[in-house]
Design a protein around this ligand. Structure first.
Ligand code: 13P
Length: 265
């Protein structure tokens, strides 16, 4: 299996969350072709793809064959390394078939699969224990947004505190194994991205929590929610944002190609 990114780096991380797409394995090649001649500035950007778990081994093999400088992510993981948990996949299993990262606590997992802050906390610990970098997703729903900035910050602080409960700060810091993705729920899949200014403000707040409560001053903090080829530079080229988590636009071949073009060297 390919293992290119073995340690933390401060490159901006551009992670593509393919969610539950594509339907057929045969369509993956078409998507991967977009990376072929993208000429990405790999000194500045690290690329990761989070496909449905069934495709991880296949994509890892393709990357190995072509020596691709791309990391792989799970979209979720179980909180145990193995056990009687029908339908679940552990972080160890993901790691063993080529994943470097695990997205945890995505709002779709919270919303449709009943994931609680407690479960998410256990998953973050499990991912880190397995040697993966946890990409913890946080973000407020519209109802909270409407209450104003103080409510947003309070909501996000709670999500972070709950998710970090089982994790000693020294562990997260020394292994540099945690990334936060700020994904406001109202921005996901709606075409209504946060403004870069809003994203930067919340990200700065998250940075201050990580610094003061957990002594993690340098964790990467990403923005996600309706990022596309047009707005991606506004987010990823800004000093206050350490990358992007991109959903819908990353499973549209044309859009993906256009996004990658903006990351060229
Ligand atoms: P969209 O880019 O489709 O809004 O999705 C964002 C997301 O959920 C990434 O995890």
């Amino acid at each position: 299996m390919i293992r290119i990114i073995s340690d933390y780096s401060m490159k901006k991380l551009i992670a593509f969350n393919w969610k539950m797409y594509p339907k057929k394995a045969a369509d993956i090649e078409g998507l991967l072709l977009a990376f072929d001649d993208a000429n990405i500035d790999t000194d500045r950007y690290e690329i990761a793809i989070a496909p449905p778990a069934v495709y991880l081994p296949m994509i890892a093999d393709i990357f190995y064959e072509v020596k691709a400088d791309i990391s792989l992510a799970m979209q979720n993981c179980a909180w145990q390394s193995e056990g009687a948990l029908t339908g679940e996949i552990s972080a160890e299993m993901g790691k063993n078939v080529g994943a470097d990262y695990a997205i945890i606590g995505h709002s779709e997992r919270r919303m449709y699969f009943g994931e609680t802050d407690e479960m998410i906390g256990k998953k973050v610990s499990a991912a880190i224990k397995a040697g993966l970098v946890a990409i913890l997703c946080v973000g407020e729903p519209l109802s909270v947004r409407k209450k104003g900035k103080a409510a947003v910050k309070q909501y996000i602080r709670k999500q972070i505190e709950e998710a970090m409960k089982g994790l000693s700060a020294s562990k997260a810091f020394s292994s540099k194994r945690i990334i936060i993705a700020y994904e406001p729920v109202w921005a996901i899949g709606t075409g209504n991205a946060a403004t870069p200014e809003d994203a930067i403000e919340v990200i700065a707040f998250i940075r201050s929590i990580l610094n003061t409560s957990y002594s993690i001053p340098t964790a990467r903090i990403l923005y996600g929610g309706s990022v596309n080829a047009k707005n991606v530079p506004l987010f990823v080229k800004h000093d206050g944002i350490d990358g992007a988590l991109i959903g819908g636009a990353s499973i549209d071949k044309k859009e993906l190609k256009s996004i990658l073009k903006t990351l060229h060297s």
